[in-house]
Design a protein around this ligand. Sequence first.
Ligand SMILES: [Zn+2]
Ligand SMILES: [Zn+2]
Length: 357
Amino acid sequence: MSPIPTMFFSFFLLLLFYPSCFPARTAPLSSSPEPATTINHNSTWPNFQKFLDASKGRHFSGISELKKYMQRFGYLQVTDTTSGDEFDERFEFAVARYQRKLGLTVTGKLDSDTISEMTLPRCGVSDTLPTSNLHAVRHYNYFNGKPRWSRAIPTTLTYAFSPNCMASNLKLSDIRLVFRRAFSRWSAVIPVNFTEAETYGFSDIKIGFYTGDHDDGEPFDGVLGVLAHGFSPESGKLHLDAAETWALDFESEKSRVAVDLESVATHEIGHVLGLAHSFDKESVMYPSLKPREKKMDLKVDDIEGIQQLYGSNPNFNIKTLSQSDTSSNHGIDSKIELRSSRWSFAIAMLAIMFVVC
Ligand SMILES: [Zn+2]
Ligand SMILES: [Zn+2]
């Protein structure tokens, strides 16, 4: 082969495979927010970073705050917090329970994955810890006593927004739309309908945005930290922390600490209906949600959990959901096809070169 066609062919091959040999950097997401751990907020949780790699047998100044966190979310008994700043055996056991529940590697130490999870914003509802199903396949859980709305199924639950306590940065009409969509995700899978009531006082589900202590024993803590809480049936209380930067979409809301309202609304409705937190990281009922993260589509775990309580909506077909879940493979398939077509093209060009030379 003479030098010129060889050079041409080499250059051609370089062009052809450039994206595979030197992959371009993936385009950043629209606003490339910083990791949650670097964001300053009012919660004390970011201070937990200083306990990185702490383990049993030593004294760590201020670790009693982390014990309060573990107590608040159900991993440590009130009586276990009396040992102050000592990383004792009971605390190690609590850390291991937390790791097991949240799907982390169980070490009993405050390793980086565990500390990172603890500093994420999350739901204020305690993680119930049934001992009977720790090794079960399912991840969904219920509140103690497995309460649900005790009405004949099918049924309709009404909801209303507090006339006095709403988000200052959002229009009521937008909030109503978000909640209508969030309720419809659940009504699509169970035989329960939701309609907005005309009067707040007589509605089954009462939704409001509150700041700090708001007289239900579960005070909010400012930006990030605890985002919201929903009470078990048949309380109907669904409260959101008014201090959050609630977002309808991340195109118009650029804040690094923005929280997706629809994701949180969908999660808290799950509590109002009777679901506790799930172990499944992908499920809507998983307790934490990163700033600027969207997680609003019910997963199989959420659906199976809620259908155990209320039965299935006769129009719902889980096969439809499974098909849409697997549709993401199409991108992988097309990449493989594209790569093989490039090879076919290159081989064809090589053959032409030999004929020409
Ligand atoms: Zn929750
Ligand atoms: Zn509340």
